[in-house]
Design a protein around this ligand. Structure first.
Ligand SMILES: C[S@@+](CC[C@H](N)C(=O)[O-])C[C@H]1O[C@@H](n2cnc3c(N)ncnc32)[C@H](O)[C@@H]1O
Length: 265
């Protein structure tokens, strides 16, 4: 009797990952996410402003205020895209910190480099192509690690968190800014409707890629809520994990410290 072959489809494969609302093979997710950002790179900043009515600037300012970057530090901004976090760090340190923007997508980095032409203090920024899961940096070489709206897009979140712990020096600080599924109850239906109904057509209008913004909206729904992410940060080897909700939990900043020397702050 012929044997029935059971194909391991992405739907049933326990190794599969969420790409928006559907399960795909891990290597497929990385590729699909990169297609999204390659497609929107040159309109990404404009879209952020329109989509959030400028609020993303406030969230990023809060992140950098918490990071409190100082001259002489090594700062790594992972999934740094067009360099908004790096630019804020460079301004606050008057170009006297070493700031590396690492991102998997060359088009996003290129758009970032182009927008900074003529800006003061940005010569201290290095642009690096690299994967958050396998960072091209030595162990313990970073004082402050940040990732803004990036972790949600990474294929293996726990691998990226372990890499963050690896590259940070003992006592170094970790920061993650994300949208979350853990929005305050009264706001949740509004936020969900905005993501579902407004974001994709707006994305289609501005970037000509509504699908990209459908993915981004879905990826927010699938991202762990605040306590669940905090547990995963702890499990990656961090301590002192905490979070601060912004605007009723629409965005959240998690922070943590790599155990070791006492914090200098
Ligand atoms: C939503 S954008 C955020 C960009 C920037 N941090 C900001 O706040 O504007 C997400 C970025 O994550 C990058 N990304 C996705 N997966 C990545 C990975 N595995 N390693 C590094 N970067 C990644 C994308 O290329 C994209 O530039």
């Amino acid at each position: 009797m012929p044997q029935i072959e059971h194909e391991s489809s992405a739907e049933t494969n326990p190794e599969s990952e969420w790409f928006g609302a559907r399960r795909v093979k891990p290597e497929e997710k990385t590729l699909l996410v990169q297609n999204v950002f390659a497609s929107v790179a040159w309109r990404y900043d404009l879209m952020n402003d329109v989509m959030s009515a400028g609020l993303h600037r406030f969230f990023k300012n809060r992140l950098v205020a918490l990071m409190n970057p100082k001259a002489g530090q090594n700062i790594l901004d992972v999934a740094g895209g067009t360099g908004d976090i790096a630019l804020r760090c460079a301004r606050r340190t008057h170009g006297k910190a070493r700031i590396v923007v690492c991102d998997l997508n060359p088009a996003m980095l290129e758009a970032g480099r182009a927008k900074m032409t003529g800006e003061k203090g940005v010569s201290s920024i290095e642009w690096m192509t690299g994967n958050a899961e396998t960072l091209p940096l030595p162990d313990g070489s970073v004082d402050t690690y940040s990732i803004a709206y990036g972790l949600r897009n990474v294929t293996h979140i726990d691998r990226a968190l372990r890499e963050a712990a690896r590259v940070l020096r003992p006592g170094g600080h970790f920061y993650c800014l994300e949208f979350t599924s853990g929005v305050r109850r009264g706001l949740k239906p509004l936020f969900d409707a905005y993501c579902r109904i407004v974001m994709p057509p707006l994305g289609q209008w501005i970037t000509k890629d509504g699908g990209a913004y459908r993915y981004l909206a879905e990826s927010i729904r699938k991202f762990p809520d605040q306590p669940a992410l905090a547990k995963r940060i702890d499990a990656a080897g961090f301590g002192e994990t905490q979070w601060v909700n912004l605007l009723g939990g629409i965005a959240v900043i998690h922070s943590a410290r790599r155990p070791g020397l006492p914090s200098a702050r």
